[in-house]
Design a protein around this ligand. Structure first.
Ligand code: ZN
Length: 185
């Protein structure tokens, strides 16, 4: 952030009085511009023994496979956001189940929330997808998944499926996890 969204003057990045971390401060109008993590809501749509993945048509990670997920909008619930993203990216309707993975990514200020879901309709590539398809476990393109959050969610799912029990998995992705996933290039 360079300029104040309230008055247009230059902002400064510094710790406000009584605070414990730096914020964007406007000395002209006194505004403090707080920034907080963003929630990425999505689903793990299942039909029979297969799961639905979308091939990304947009950056980042264009051409890689992901679960339908995206940034939550104001005024919606996490469940509404995950169903909307599934509708937008996979043109699919789902019956939502329980929250399945909650993954903190503190180094990029995101929180992923992926819900279990049953696929209830046809599906097709939405605006942000090149292709949408169902995959059995042995068909999952593990080397072509878009993000470590997606890999982790799918790994939990196929492991839990052996027991037929799908508890909530809460975890954190660290910069080291991310480097391991993307390589150091
Ligand atoms: Zn200002």
């Amino acid at each position: 952030m360079n300029f104040c969204s309230q008055c247009g003057e230059k902002v400064r990045f510094a710790i406000p009085e009584g605070d414990d971390r730096p914020r964007y401060l406007c000395e002209s109008c006194g505004a403090i511009h707080y920034q907080n993590p963003r929630i990425v809501a999505g689903t793990l749509p299942v039909r029979g023994d297969r799961v639905l993945l979308c091939k990304r048509a947009i950056s980042p990670r264009k051409g890689y496979w992901t679960l339908p997920a995206g940034y939550m909008e104001n005024a919606e619930t996490t469940r509404e956001a995950s169903a909307r993203e599934t509708r937008e990216e996979a043109k699919a309707e789902v019956e939502l189940g329980s929250l399945y993975t909650l993954i903190d990514l503190p180094h990029i200020n995101q929180v992923y929330m992926i819900f279990l879901a049953e696929l209830k309709s046809d599906y097709a590539a939405g605006e942000e997808s090149l292709e949408v398809a169902l995959f059995a476990e042995e068909e999952i393109p593990w080397q072509e998944l878009a993000f470590p959050t997606i890999e982790r969610t799918l790994a939990h799912f196929f492991e839990d499926r052996k027991q037929g029990h799908f508890p909530l998995h809460m975890s954190t992705i660290t910069p080291e996890d991310r480097e391991r996933y993307f390589g150091s290039a």
